[in-house]
Design a protein. Structure first.
Length: 494
């Protein structure tokens, strides 16, 4: 019987496993067949979008989107862009993907009112076709993270080296031929010059590769110049202006582009857009790479680990703190972080927590708040668009820490003036009750407990006694009536 049951159990398990494998295989076959049926044969234009600051999440999304377009044999990749700029590392990853793409990439600054500022200008120059919608603009491509503050504007009437008025408010009689354009400000330090020259060389190489205006590209970097869509078309910065996505496909039809060293003609008359939305991985990366979220994860991780260290076995603070700190470290790895600011934040949090445990009368707490504020302000490079921490958030967290510190100091000062409620000092103010008659030593009750007591006078059961001294487990007592009588006898009479 037992063998039969074991045999049946084994056969049942094998049947269940075979059924699951059959179901999984069926789903896999259906998914593969559906992909084969949906895979386009050159009749699809993959549509990607940039609608915010360019960062690690944007780079991951666009690079994988271009790779997907190549895998699906798409005829075209269209990047719909509206960005204030972003991180240099993310921008270069996107440009490398565009330059190595086997599918033509068209960057379209759209919708109307959009912009391709800073890093967006580089991406526009790197694309096979650069297009803009009416009422859009591009430019201001100076690397502001190391460019420093702009020079002060010259005062009206200041003369240049030739003795003429400044061109910004110059003589109306000057002709366009004789009026000189103001030269861009020279970088102040060697590091700034290196960054500016590197950016100029980079954008000029992109312009020369695509046959666009390299001189204006250099001016966009050195003096942060910007252009409208129509002006960019007239100065050979972009290739065309389109009202919308459908108009873009119509104007791209028949245009020739260089791809892998060969000239090909775009056939976009029958193309259909297929928009690729960011998946869960890109959305998660976008959330945790947000500077504010990374900042909160960092604080949560530090506080969690500190509280776990002071309360071993709590588990929850340690687990939450470890996960948060790892996510924060990943975010800080891809963000423009000032590590001095990071160290100041960590030091500030440790000092504020130490104020709860060490009686420093506010010295540790005040120093911790100062370090925390300074570290939060310099943690990120605020010159990079979209990558800074909101000042109200820093002020709120710092105010909460300062309020907690004030509460701790107030409670400590209040505790100093309160009477002692335990220990020997508290016993000296309590009244004992004799449990038996005794001459010198006997039992008494204090705080509901039985103590041995020694008295200088005979004591009767039930007498109220005052504790005058504590020696270990022995109490020295004296009758309260005797104390009252002695005090009354010492009062001088009139």
């Amino acid at each position: 019987m037992r063998r039969r049951r074991r045999f049946r159990v084994r056969n049942g398990a094998r049947s269940v496993l075979a059924g699951w494998l059959l179901v999984v295989g069926s789903f896999a076959w259906l998914a593969a067949s559906s992909q084969d049926q949906e895979q386009p044969s050159g009749g699809v234009a993959v549509l990607l979008s940039i609608q915010d600051a360019i960062g690690p999440a944007t780079s991951d999304y666009l690079v994988r989107g271009i790779e997907t377009a190549a895998t699906r044999s798409a005829a075209l990749v269209v990047i719909e862009m509206d960005t204030p700029g972003g991180l240099d590392s993310a921008m270069r990853d996107i440009i490398q993907a565009i330059l190595s793409s086997p599918v033509p990439v068209v960057t379209f600054v759209h919708p109307q009112g959009a912009r391709a500022a800073s890093a967006g200008t580089y991406i526009l120059y790197a694309s096979h076709v650069a297009a803009m919608a009416p009422a859009t603009n591009l430019g201001a491509a100076t690397p502001v993270a190391i460019g420093g503050a702009p020079p002060p504007a010259p005062a009206p009437g200041d003369a240049d080296e030739d003795g003429r008025d400044d061109p910004s408010g110059g003589d109306q009689g000057d002709t366009p031929e004789t009026r000189r354009e103001p030269s861009p400000p020279e970088p102040a330090t060697a590091s700034e010059r290196k960054a500016i020259n590197d950016a100029v060389a980079y954008i000029r190489s992109l312009a020369e590769r695509r046959g666009r205006n390299a001189d204006w590209a250099e001016a966009a970097v050195r003096s942060a110049e910007s252009l409208s869509a129509q002006a960019a078309l007239e100065r050979n910065v972009i290739d065309l202006i389109a009202v919308d996505l459908d108009d873009l496909l119509q104007k791209l039809d028949g245009r020739r582009v260089m791809l892998d060293g060969e000239t090909i003609e775009l056939d976009t008359d029958t193309l259909v857009y297929e928009r690729i939305e960011p998946d869960w991985r890109t959305k998660l990366l976008a959330v945790i790479s947000n500077p504010t979220v990374a900042y909160m994860l960092l604080l949560l991780g530090i506080y969690g680990l500190i509280f776990e260290g002071y309360n071993p076995g709590a588990i929850v603070p340690g687990v939450v703190g470890a996960i948060s700190l790892l996510l924060a470290l990943f975010s800080l790895q891809v963000l423009p972080v000032n590590y001095a600011g990071l160290a100041l934040i960590a030091l500030g949090v440790i000092l504020m927590v130490a104020e709860f445990l060490v009686p420093s009368f506010g010295a540790l707490g005040i120093g911790g708040i100062a370090a925390f504020v300074f570290g939060s302000v310099i943690l990120y490079d605020s010159d990079v668009p979209g990558y800074d921490i909101a000042t109200p958030l820093i002020a709120t967290i710092s105010a909460a820490a300062a309020l907690s510190l004030l509460v701790i100091i107030w409670l400590a000062m209040k505790a100093r003036v309160r009477p002692v409620v335990s220990g020997v000092e508290d016993m000296l103010r309590e009244t004992a009750t004799a449990l038996e008659d005794f001459e010198r030593e006997g039992p008494v009750r204090v705080y509901g407990e039985r103590w041995n007591a020694r008295s200088t006078r005979p004591v009767r059961k039930g007498d109220r006694l005052r504790v005058t001294k504590v020696e270990g487990l022995l109490l020295h007592v004296e009758p309260i009536d005797d104390v009252v009588v002695q005090r009354s006898e010492n009062v001088p009479r009139a």
